[in-house]
Design a protein around this ligand. Structure first.
Ligand code: HEM
Length: 414
């Protein structure tokens, strides 16, 4: 089914050619120095935690790098809009690019859709996935052990674990997961201009519309089937496809990047690996929270559009301004205490914004934690001698992605 919307080639019905170049003045908050945000993020946080970001297209934008300031923006229940309509008309973005779902929706639409989705993410509902996650991780470790020579940890471990977990959660046929990994990766990669993410967005929504139609005919055991059985009349196909798209793209690349970058941290610090391998559940949970904070793979939250003039932390934001919250900056703010530029697996957990804050806070946070808490210890226990197969300076990081990550991660397992 997905084949119809892929492969990459002439775009199908989406003309975003005029977005083929985004200048560095917009992209720099997404750049990093290895695992660390570029130094300018920290400089701005110290001097001006809410500062102007010069973007083209006649937009007045702000970058928020401080923890309290970002929390104030994300936690505001009125005064900001996430609605996709705010982007329409600027720089070639059309209403047809709207992926639907929660991230680009405002109340009351957001409230209604989120209420439908939340029950699918309670610990009780998620617990049915725990044995599946154990099995997926074990199967991946076995598959890696069978490979001779260097193993690409990104391709063999980091990407398939959340991919198979989400396929399981949603009820997406396994045979289509390769196509989806391609779509999701392209979705977040702004390095080649905004054309790629918008194209990928339209393609995955088209694909999911087909999947929804299939599930309407015969609802399966996954989240889509459950939503159709329980709320089939209250939600239309486009909304269902949008919700599924949000879950898929929200849960795949984010968790995959956490797995890959977390593995890098573990590879460069043998003590961390020992702590994880020998640690109890509490130790593992603490480590995972520290990695979530330190790595902040979702670098910048969805853009917030001011709907009225307001003052935040002494800065006047005018109606129509766009506010970008740097989660990677906020999560290293010294106000949280200690040297947060370093990873300290034994640090008592610090509050962090890795999953956002407020009513758009990540709906899949507990699922992501389940995956990370299972996968990291299993990896270090199975391959205690694992090491990088390339020099640390040769690891290929994403150049400018909303979700930071690697293109590949070659390791030797023993
Ligand atoms: C470590 C992995 C993950 C990280 C770091 C992460 C991070 C985030 C962040 C920062 C937001 C809020 C963005 C904002 O307010 O602008 C968010 C929202 C969201 N996430 Fe995640 N996420 C992860 C995993 C997942 C998973 C596993 C799923 C689902 C299976 C998921 C689904 C969503 C959805 C649907 C939203 C939109 C919520 C709303 O707007 O109400 N995420 N995520």
């Amino acid at each position: 089914m997905a084949r119809r919307y892929l492969p990459w080639g002439p775009r199908t019905g989406v003309d975003v050619s005029d977005l083929s170049f985004l200048p560095d003045s917009v992209l720099w908050p997404l750049r990093r120095d290895g695992l660390d945000p570029v130094a300018e993020v920290g400089r701005r946080r110290a001097q001006e935690p809410i500062s102007r970001l010069p973007v083209p297209f006649g937009v007045r934008a702000w970058l928020v790098t401080g923890y309290e300031e970002a929390r104030a923006v994300l936690g505001k229940v009125d005064g900001f809009s996430n609605d996709f309509g705010n982007l329409v008309g600027s720089a070639g973005v059309g209403a047809q690019h709207n992926p639907g779902g929660l991230g680009f929706a405002d109340p009351p639409v957001h409230t209604r859709l989120r209420r439908l989705l939340t029950p699918e993410f309670t610990m009780r509902r998620l617990s049915r996935l725990a044995p599946r996650i154990d099995a997926i991780v074990a199967e991946r470790l076995d598959a890696m052990a069978r490979i001779d020579g260097p193993v690409d940890l990104w391709r063999e471990f980091a990407l398939p674990i959340p991919s198979l977990t989400i396929c399981e959660l949603l009820g997406v046929p396994y045979s289509e997961r390769d196509d989806f990994q391609r779509l999701s990766t392209a979705r977040f990669d702004l390095g080649g201009g905004a054309g790629t993410p918008l194209g990928a967005m339209s393609q995955s929504v088209s694909y999911l519309l087909d999947l929804v139609a299939q599930q309407r005919r015969s609802p399966g055991d996954g989240l889509l089937g459950a939503l159709i059985r329980e709320h089939g009349d209250a939600i239309d196909d486009r909304e269902l496809a949008g919700l599924a798209d949000g879950v898929l793209t929200g849960g795949l690349e984010t968790t995959a990047s956490m797995l890959a970058l977390g593995a890098l941290v573990i590879l460069r610090d043998p003590t961390a690996a020992e702590l994880l391998a020998g640690g109890d559940g509490e130790m593992v949970n603490r480590f995972v929270e520290e990695l979530l904070r330190h790595l902040s793979v979702v670098q910048v939250a969805f853009p917030r559009f001011a709907t009225r003039d307001m003052e935040i932390a002494g800065v006047t934001i005018a109606a129509g301004d766009v506010v970008l919250c740097s989660l990677s900056g906020a999560n290293r703010d010294p106000v949280l205490g200690g040297d947060l530029e370093k990873v300290d697996p034994t640090r008592p957990p610090r509050p962090h914004l890795a999953f956002g804050h407020g009513f758009h806070r990540c709906v899949g946070a507990e699922l992501a934690r389940m995956e990370l808490r299972t996968a990291y210890p299993a990896l270090v226990r199975r391959f205690p001698g694992m090491r990088l197969a390339v020099a640390p300076g040769q690891v290929s990081y994403r150049k400018a992605s909303i979700v930071y990550g690697v293109d590949s991660l070659p390791v030797l397992l023993s």
